[in-house]
Design a binder for this molecule. Structure first.
Ligand code: FES
Length: 372
């Protein structure tokens, strides 16, 4: 399909946008073609991370809260540990549009906040679907999501897109486990658009991998289903050998898989890497520092390779957090003394003067006194 006609199909389906929105600080972004050119030119210098993009849908404020009701619940992994939940508005009204790669922020009845990628059909404006793996020894969010039944209400914010899909050219999709959720929406779009695509799907075992019944119906020359218990843990070569020269790689999965893809990307023929990770990224160039909790006076040491959030939540299990990557803003905290080293793009310059995101930001040197 020619690019122009593909673009028209995409626009008609609302699958992507071509005018880059301002970034979260309101700065203009380079256009998409320029981003791809940059990605090619700087392939050996950088990769495109979710952190750099946070496009929102025009005309909808993703910070406004919506109350949604569970309308359907379905088990979608053979081990029964992943459920697909469909949410609709209370009055049946159409919901804000979304594009593959978007997620919702869920504000759960317990007060926990969690983000889940949308994995339904973007042209279905009357329901949002997310799939959630139950992690019994996790932070509690997935267990609470699994307890939702048809008729349950939740508050959500979004959709936001930190992992935008460009529906043109060639693409290799790489998903690990529940990382399938944003990737599946992209693969479906690539199929509809007639793109040149390949898909590598890994997981612990076939039983644990959601949506296999659907994925097994896709063109087998384009899909490689790769359970670890049949093939062993994948190397970066295993994950990237189907990369198309000059194309894009979209990857979502656990941190070791992402690191493997990032390491192998420079040796692949692909031109751009887009990824979304679960949980906290590794701390790079960290130095040990101290934080003091004003509520108790306690002083905690944050090791060079840990985040302030990970140390603080051991002492304050109820501390707010969600993405752990510096883009949702849930973990923002007032800094009452000391100077933070900001490692995010979420807060404005003014906000950064006396606030920080404790999941990624650190201290410029001395102790930080936090309003916790
Ligand atoms: S938890 Fe999302 S910004 Fe810190």
């Amino acid at each position: 399909m020619k690019l122009a006609s593909m673009r028209n199909v995409l626009k008609a389906k609302g699958l992507t946008r071509y005018d880059a929105p301002p970034d979260i600080k309101g700065r203009e972004r380079p256009d998409r073609a320029m981003r791809i050119t940059e990605a090619v030119a700087e392939k050996y210098l950088r990769v495109l991370t979710a952190y750099e993009y946070n496009p929102v849908v025009a005309g909808h404020n993703p910070d406004s809260a919506m109350t949604l009701v569970v309308s359907h619940r379905q088990v979608v992994a053979r081990d029964a540990n992943v459920v697909l939940l469909r949410f609709e508005s209370e009055d049946g009204a159409a919901l804000p549009e979304w594009h593959p790669g978007s997620h919702l922020d869920f504000h759960l009845p317990s007060g926990l906040r969690r983000q889940y990628s949308l994995c339904g059909d973007p042209s279905d404006r009357h329901g949002y679907s997310v799939a959630v793996r139950r992690i019994p020894d996790g932070g509690g969010g997935s267990v609470e999501m699994h307890a939702l039944e048809p008729g349950s209400s939740v508050t959500v914010r979004g959709p936001r897109n930190g992992f935008p899909f460009v529906g043109e050219g060639s693409a290799l999709f790489v998903a690990g486990g529940i990382g399938i959720t944003p990737i599946l929406a992209m693969v479906r779009a690539a199929r509809e658009l007639g793109m040149d695509w390949q898909f590598v799907y890994s997981g612990r075992s076939r039983e644990s991998m959601p949506f296999l019944d659907e994925i097994e119906t896709f063109d087998t020359s384009r899909v490689f289903i790769r359970p670890d218990d049949e093939f062993g843990l994948p190397s970066s070569t295993d994950l990237l050998e189907r990369a198309v020269p000059g194309g894009a790689v979209y990857c979502c999965g656990p941190t070791p898989m992402l690191e493997s893809v990032r390491r192998g990307f420079a040796s692949s023929p692909a031109a751009a890497l887009h990824f979304e990770r679960f949980g906290a990224p590794p701390v790079l160039d960290g130095r040990e520092f101290e934080v003091q909790l004003v509520s108790t006076g306690e002083v905690l040491t944050v090791p060079a390779d840990e985040s302030a959030l990970s140390v603080i939540k051991d002492r304050l299990p109820g501390v707010g957090y969600s993405c752990q990557q510096g883009f949702c803003g849930t973990c923002r905290v007032k800094v009452l003394a000391g100077k933070a080293e900001h490692r995010e793009n979420r807060l404005t310059d003014t906000e950064q003067q006396d606030e920080m995101l404790i999941c990624v930001s650190r201290s410029e040197g001395g102790r930080l006194v936090l309003d916790l």
